[in-house]
Design a binder for this molecule. Structure first.
Ligand code: C5P
Length: 223
């Protein structure tokens, strides 16, 4: 039998990445960032000059590509076709196009397969939109992490300010986040949904540490 799996789903900006990384570290589990895989494919499509609605060409690209997620301390590296795209996949351009690519059936099929292969032995904490519903429906612990649009935009603004990027407003960020929520929640295949057996944590008034503690104690109760 495999080792346990924790599934962490939720909308953009709810703090999934930070929380998932720290849970992995606290519990000694491998960290699987499935968003990074959708972003890497999006980067490759943009790079190759293919139109983002050219589904057959994208299906071809995704079936041929090699994605590696390489553990590297705090920030695992994302490598596609031997190119390190860890920083590039966080660009505004990739972020603006990723939901359109992630809605395509062939893309989801190929990436879900890779994700399931990664988790075959268990011992992982995976974050995304459809982990508890589609990728690992038998995960021992499922957490659905949420926060209001305003709170998520506020956190993102602080992050951008910390990086010296001050040319974007809270209102713009609220619009971007609401738009991505809408696309992710309304697509036909594996939309963003709370699994029936997931525990929802609303994080507006919680610190990262509060959330980690909550998740770690849920894990200890479950396993
Ligand atoms: O989590 P992150 O914001 O990096 O994910 C980027 C995008 O990838 C999401 O907005 C969504 O469109 C897509 N995604 C997905 N399924 C996942 C993970 C991410 O559709 N499991």
């Amino acid at each position: 039998h495999r080792q346990p799996i924790i599934a962490i789903d939720g909308p953009a900006g709810a703090g999934k990445s930070t929380v998932t990384r720290q849970i992995a570290e606290a519990l000694g589990l491998l960290y699987l960032d499935t968003g990074a895989m959708y972003r890497a494919v999006t980067w490759l499509v943009l790079q190759s000059g293919i139109e983002i609605d050219d589904q057959p060409a994208i299906a071809e690209i995704v079936s041929q590509c090699q994605i590696e997620l390489i553990p590297d301390g705090e920030q695992p590296r994302t490598v596609i076709n031997s190119q390190d795209v860890t920083e590039a996949i966080r660009s505004l351009e990739v972020t603006a196009n990723v939901s359109a690519i992630a809605s395509q059936g062939a893309v989801r099929q190929a990436l879900v397969k890779k994700q399931q292969a990664f988790g075959r032995q268990g011992g992982i904490v995976a974050e995304g939109r459809d982990i508890g519903t589609t990728v690992f429906p038998d995960a021992e612990l499922k957490i659905f992490l949420t926060a209001s649009v305003q709170e998520r935009a506020k956190r993102r603004l602080l992050e951008l300010h910390a990086k010296g990027q001050t040319d974007i407003t809270q209102e713009q960020l609220e619009q971007d986040i609401a738009q991505r929520d809408h696309l992710d929640s309304n697509r036909a295949i594996s939309p963003l949904r709370k699994a029936v057996d997931a525990v929802e944590i609303q994080t507006d008034n919680l610190t990262i540490d509060d959330v980690i503690q909550r998740a770690v104690s849920l894990y200890r109760e479950t396993i």
